[in-house]
Design a protein around this ligand. Structure first.
Ligand code: RP5
Length: 175
């Protein structure tokens, strides 16, 4: 075809697949485990093992409240629509991650204070950071390095099923 001719069927740009557009909302795990650093991974392996042993879907992501604040907020804010029911957030030192997650989701958040090679106070620093959430933004804090306990608590919460029986906004059944 010469340059002067017009192709009646010009190649069109490929439209994005609807699936790629929906990636953000793909089915997530029932329990998400977030850690503040790759250096926390080993300490949280017990949570993965416990959830796996109970057949509870889970995923672990490394997201730091201080180094990746936007990603933390995005992940927390979209977790519920992906089907996630509980977020376990573990961090050491100033340990802002559980609180930053709780600030961006209505899902229950379980915080795990971790010891760290660089800690200033043997893990007490992380405990104090996680137990001092302001009223209205709760985080359930488990024991220091309590990966297994966090997973067991998540399993117990899941076993309660959905719904808020005491929520006054819930429509009452007619008597
Ligand atoms: C925290 O700082 C992390 O959760 C980790 O426990 C600690 C040290 O992080 P790295 O400097 O090893 O990445 O935010």
């Amino acid at each position: 075809m010469s340059h002067a001719e017009i192709d009646p069927n010009p190649p069109t740009e490929e439209a994005p697949s609807p699936l790629s557009v929906m990636d953000e909302f793909e089915q997530g795990p029932l329990v998400a485990i977030l850690i503040g650093s790759e250096s926390d991974r080993e300490r949280m392996q017990g949570a993965i093992d416990e959830l796996d042993s109970r057949g509870i879907s889970n995923e672990l992501r490394v997201l730091s409240a201080h180094r990746n604040p936007r990603e933390v907020a995005d992940y927390a804010a979209t977790a519920a629509v992906r089907g996630t029911r509980i977020i376990i957030a573990a961090a050491g030192m100033s340990a802002a991650l559980p609180g930053a997650v709780a600030a961006n989701t209505d899902l229950p958040v379980i915080g795990v204070p971790l010891t760290s090679s660089k800690t200033a106070a043997g893990g007490l620093d992380a405990i104090l950071a996680i137990v001092q959430m302001p009223p209205g933004v709760p985080v359930a804090c488990v024991s220091l390095d309590g990966a297994k306990n966090a997973a067991i608590l998540a399993a117990k919460i899941l076993a309660q099923g959905g719904g808020y029986p005491d929520d006054p906004r819930r429509p009452q059944a007619e008597k």
